[in-house]
Write a protein that binds this ligand. Structure first.
Ligand SMILES: Cc1cc2nc3c(=O)[nH]c(=O)nc-3n(C[C@H](O)[C@H](O)[C@H](O)COP(=O)(O)O)c2cc1C
Length: 182
């Protein structure tokens, strides 16, 4: 079965990035994939140190990425780029994890400037030989259109066009992950 893992680069408990990724993951599951979510706010991953082979949960997290056929990478926009939390994870994973992996990109912004973040994600994923899909999702004013869910309801994107775009990201990553599996 095709495996898709989402990686959320926010440490906030009520993260809109994680919620938007959950919407994309649901669409991936509906397209037949087995899904998994790495919430970087809920793992033990110290600041990357090049002299250390293993740090906290690093080996288990890298294995989850390595075993995935597709990755949904999501980050909040911080200072016009991705978050330090996402960058830290990026430093742990290289081409051993991402070769032959389809990657879909998603960024949530407080304002409207997510373009640079998506470009930085795309160029750094190219650096680790990932196959980023052309379809991507940027969500401006994320706190207004992304509901993180509660005991009664799961995460939701209230804007129809954005929800459809996000669901499509999940489906496109499954499609390309299947193609790369051969
Ligand atoms: C340190 C920091 C820097 C930020 N920089 C930007 C920015 O440059 N542009 C922007 O539109 N929003 C910026 N924001 C707002 C976040 O991108 C926005 O709140 C995002 O949706 C948070 O995602 P989360 O809910 O998953 O944590 C910043 C927030 C923080 C905490």
């Amino acid at each position: 079965m095709t495996r898709i893992v989402a990686v959320s680069g926010s440490r906030r408990e009520a993260s809109t990035t994680r919620a938007a990724l959950a919407v994309a993951l649901d669409a991936a599951a509906a397209a037949g994939a087995e899904t998994d979510l790495i919430d970087l706010g809920a793992v033990d991953l110290p600041l990357y140190h090049p002299d250390e082979d293993v740090q906290g949960d690093s080996e288990a997290l890298k294995r989850r990425v390595r075993e995935a056929d597709g990755v949904l990478a999501g980050t909040p926009v911080y200072r016009g780029s991705y978050s330090s939390t996402f960058k830290n994870f990026h430093d742990f994973c290289g081409s051993d994890e991402y070769a032959n992996t389809a990657v879909g990109l998603l960024a949530t912004a407080g304002g409207g400037s997510y373009g640079g973040t998506l470009e930085h994600l795309r160029s750094t994923f190219r650096n680790v030989h990932a196959w980023t899909v052309p379809h991507e999702v940027g969500i401006e004013g994320a706190s207004r259109v992304v509901e993180t869910g509660d005991a009664d309801a799961g995460p939701r994107i209230t804007d129809d066009e954005l929800r459809e775009r996000t669901e499509r990201l999940g489906r496109v990553v499954v499609e390309h992950a299947e193609r790369l599996r051969g």
